[in-house]
Design a protein around this ligand. Structure first.
Ligand SMILES: [Zn+2]
Length: 322
């Protein structure tokens, strides 16, 4: 059989694994809980165990594998394969994850930012197939992103480029975890969209059916807001409209800088489907310059929840395939 690559997508809750052959066809996938409380040793052990299990399932040995790609939240030192720190997994400070996993599996490994890996996966196997320029935004707790320009992922001079969630869209705006004010993710991620609605209901005492949701469930999430908006709740409409407006502003700015063929959306908020894309496209067209018609389309990921792990395997294939 042709040689294969393993992708590992490291998340705060789950570790996902995928095996791709050299033709980029998915051979097998599995998922395991992240033993975050066990610290780095336990997490690396779980990553190695999952990769071995994937090979066993396929009746394969490590000499049939070209290498392993790891998609990890950052910040990362890509050159040296080090996780500098990640808020969701305690003890991950300056962890040489690439070399530790490589030793544990006796296979070459490559580290990539998780959103960059997802962008590469979508570019090679999803919406980006046959294109050259694409931006992927992951709309979840925060906003991650990866940018493909003329067929290549961009990393920047210091390996920390393509952080579109931290583009400032509101001067003096909400304080972001990164230390800047007014970052896009504070206005348009699933988490902060919900936080904004909760604040309007709880602190400003604005009337809304979401007050009842908050009383019953103790919190409000993006799905609650989508449902309330569909039922005609004006506050839910206002909150949804604000988030899609900021997201549209972010997308217009990306078009001005990169002129991508496509902006692809993934992550939890995309479960809203056309409830997300329709108002977003309306705002996008209104905010777009008038010098020319918009030529960049905004679409949902074709790979869905697997985009990160498939992308991680693509990272390995690109690195280790001759
Ligand atoms: Zn920020």
């Amino acid at each position: 059989m042709a040689k294969a690559c393993i992708g590992i997508d490291l998340g705060g809750t789950f570790i996902k694994f995928a095996l791709l052959d050299e033709q980029l066809s998915i051979q097998a996938q599995l998922q395991a809980p992240t033993p975050a409380d066990g610290g780095p040793d336990a997490v690396i052990e779980a990553m190695a165990a999952g990769a071995k299990q994937l090979l066993e399932q396929q009746g394969m040995s490590t000499d049939q594998v070209l290498g392993v790609g790891i998609g990890s939240p950052g910040p990362l030192d890509l050159e040296n394969g080090i996780v500098i720190g990640t808020p969701n997994i305690p003890g991950f400070q300056n962890l040489p994850i690439r070399d530790r996993l490589s030793q544990a599996l006796d296979l070459p490994a490559e580290l990539e930012n998780d959103a960059n890996a997802a962008a590469l996966g979508e570019f090679l196997l999803g919406r980006g197939k046959h294109l050259q320029n694409m931006v992927l935004l992951t709309l979840g707790t925060g906003i991650g992103s990866g940018i493909v320009v003329e067929g290549r992922l961009i990393h920047g001079a210091h390996g920390i480029g393509a952080e579109c969630g931290h583009m400032i869209v509101q001067p003096g705006g909400e304080l972001c975890g990164c230390g800047q004010r007014g970052c896009l993710e504070r206005y348009a991620s699933a988490t902060y969209l919900a936080q904004h609605a909760r604040r309007l209901v709880e602190v400003d005492h604005r009337p809304s059916s979401l007050a009842e949701v908050l009383r019953k469930n103790g919190d409000i999430d993006a799905r609650d807001i989508q449902a309330a908006r569909r039922a005609g709740d004006p506050l839910a409409e206002e909150v949804w409209d604000r988030a899609t407006l900021y997201l549209a502003i972010g997308c217009v700015s990306l078009c001005r800088v990169f002129d991508p063929d496509l902006i692809v959306l993934s992550g939890g908020l995309t479960n809203a489907g056309s409830d997300l894309t329709q108002p977003l496209m309306q705002h996008f067209r209104r905010q777009h310059w008038t010098l020319a018609e918009p030529r960049t389309d905004i679409v949902l990921s074709a790979l869905g929840n697997d985009v990160g792990v498939i992308g991680a395997a693509c990272v390995a294939l690109q690195k280790f395939r001759k």
